[in-house]
Design a binder for this molecule. Sequence first.
Ligand code: SF4
Ligand code: SF4
Length: 368
Amino acid sequence: MSKVLIRDASYDYKTLKPKIFEIMDSLGGDRIQRDSRVVIKPNLLAAASPEKAVVTHPLIIKAAAEYVLEKGAVPRISDSPAVGTFQKILKESGILNELQGLNVEYKEFKESVSVDVGKPFEKIDLAADAVNADFLINLAKLKTHTHMLLTLGTKNLFGCIVGLRKPEWHLRAGVDREMFAQLLVKIYRALHPSMTIIDGILAMEGQGPGKSGEPRHVGVLIAGRHAPAADIVVCRMLGIAPEKVLTNKLALEQGDVSEAISIDGTLPRITGFKLPTITPVVFGPEKFHRFMRKHLIQRPECNDELCKLCGECWKYCPAEAIGHSKKKLHFDYDQCIRCYCCIEVCPHGALKAVETVTGKLTRKILKR
Ligand code: SF4
Ligand code: SF4
């Protein structure tokens, strides 16, 4: 039976550090040795200060790093950010500052190794450092996700797909949410992190996971050896059926985890947690997908007042569906595959998914 630990916590380092140490001890961290290759994988989605709740809080990363150092190993902090440079994110999120003076290595995931994850994806390229780590410490953030409902421990490992391969995978698997969830579960299975700690102290609700989401104080750390078990417990805490997060549904169906989870600690009940508006899954015969995508499914729209024309969205868009003049963005909705990566990567919260008139009408009729 999987065990999940819940601890009340705050970012007061004096109290946070012993809690992280106790969690890591309970999850087998005491097996780390001087020559262990230890990789810490936080959520470093984009450059943002810790109060925005976009990235794993630097003090959680610091406590995990100090734990590893105490065992005699040198931790390596790695990710392959969706947007912006690794260095900029480390700086703006406060990580460099908080970890100043600690003997840690920072290394962006750049080299990949091919891992056969089985059908339907077969071989996928994963960060070599994550694959080869003796201890992969998964430090996720509790956030909403407009595509996957929540981003927790399992989804955090998508960052182990290196840089430019990410949009390609979004393009191949991201249109169909269940297919994308299947990819995430396969990545989890291939990497099988030694432990997952979810930073739910300052979580994100609303239209996450980027700056369009709203920080929400929840005040907990949720941790376990099995990321899907920790994710399921987060759902229970928020009053969400665990299967609504598709990675949980698949992990349960495929035996990665069972519903019988032993909980160590007190599970708080969080009420009124604002979930994002989720895009309906593409359905029906293949030939109607294009029509449905164009007319029924929410499309990205830009708030011109917030847009700084920084270019992150059009550089990232896997379908090359975003053009721009000197003054504003233009979307080619025929090209757009509704992966919502642009919303995720916009550093200014200028993009959101908006219902089409036809989509609204159709849903009203179907409800009746
Ligand atoms: S929508 Fe966001 S990411 Fe795109 S150009 Fe504007 S500010 Fe940059
Ligand atoms: S415009 Fe946005 S939602 Fe559409 S394909 Fe590009 S990144 Fe995805």
